[in-house]
Design a protein around this ligand. Structure first.
Ligand code: RI2
Length: 319
């Protein structure tokens, strides 16, 4: 029950943000495992694998989700007894949630060193990792103001401006299409990410790529805050990150009738090429995007490629 509700909440974006989705999935697996009365290891593993499939099918782009599920499920899959599997599931979910929160803290600490005094920062969408960096720099007295975008169509920018305001940070709220106009006024851009590929491309909320392009044009650093579990192992094999397409109603509302020849296209994410990314800040350090394959090899492990199945995503709207 908790599992189904969690899956629905992630799908509908009541629970959103790549890190939060990952932690919520880990907690849902933990709760689900504790609620099962399976009598054998095989039955328990089967039920848990079904739960893992359900969660991984909710949203296709944020790789934090399958990475978290894989980490937790490895405890079940490597266990020799039912009791061992139950304990490993519990311990791994707890560890993932703890490590995820600790990673955000560490990223904030590392990124704050990259932020100059009296900084004007632009951010896009609502990323707990990116906001943690800005707040940490603010606590060090280094932030003059932030430009935060609206983030059509789901308006996650409203969450961002509330969080920044709660932290006492002056904010300029702008529509997405004003990013280029204000870019000359900012010192750097910081965003989060839903996935980093093996070649260092950053998959993030729609609109990120054009902001990165504007930053590149204006020679302003484009910095990405990314826990290591945002890196996508299967991209080592040349696989592409699927881009989630969401319903037209998010863009036009449910009441509006469109003219008959009009189709709404609503991709939720875009891909920023590594050439437009200056720095990726993780909990293990800050580096250029070209370091991405090393992170995948050393911090996620090649065996992750074996584990991940092809989770079919059925909610395609448009293409
Ligand atoms: P944190 C969000 O996706 C945004 O694209 C955000 O930049 C990214 O997750 C990372 O967020 P959505 O769930 O993990 O709003 O840094 O579609 O919070």
């Amino acid at each position: 029950m908790v599992l189904t509700k969690t899956a629905e909440d992630i799908s509908s974006m009541r629970i959103r943000g790549a890190g939060r989705i990952a932690r919520t999935a880990a907690a849902a697996l933990q709760e689900h495992g504790a609620s099962l009365d399976s009598e054998t290891l095989a039955a328990f593993t089967h039920e848990m694998e079904e739960a893992a499939d359900l969660l991984c099918g909710t949203r296709p782009t944020a790789v934090s989700l399958p990475n978290a599920v894989r980490y937790v499920m490895q405890g079940v899959q490597k266990a020799a007894t039912l009791e061992e599997a139950q304990h490993a599931l519990h311990d791994r979910a707890t560890a993932f949630i703890h490590d995820s929160l600790a990673a955000v803290e560490k990223i904030a600490e590392i990124a704050a060193r990259q932020i100059p005094n009296d900084a004007v920062i632009m951010t896009h969408c609502n990323s707990e990792a990116a906001i943690a960096c800005i707040i940490r720099a603010h606590e060090q007295g280094k932030v003059r103001e932030v430009y935060a975008t609206e983030v059509r169509p789901r308006n996650q920018g409203y969450i961002t401006i509330q969080m920044l305001s709660d932290a006492g940070i002056p904010v300029n709220f702008i529509v997405d299409s004003a990013a280029r106009m204000f870019m000359p006024k900012v010192d750097l851009v910081i965003t989060g990410t839903d996935a980093v590929t093996a070649n260092g491309a950053v998959v993030n909320k729609i609109g990120t790529a054009q902001i990165a392009l504007c930053a590149h044009e204006a020679r302003k650093p484009f910095i990405v805050a990314a826990e290591t579990y945002k890196f996508a192992p299967r991209t080592i094999l040349g696989e592409r990150i699927p881009i989630e397409w969401r319903p037209p109603e998010e863009v036009i509302g449910s009441e509006k009738q469109l003219p008959p020849t009009v189709t709404v296209k609503n991709p939720a994410f875009d891909v920023t090429p590594p050439a437009y990314v200056d720095l990726i800040v993780t909990e293990i350090g800050a580096f250029a995007p070209s370091y991405a394959p090393v992170v995948i090899r050393d911090h996620l492990g090649w065996d992750i490629i074996e584990f991940q199945k092809d989770y079919a995503f059925t909610h395609h709207y448009g293409e």
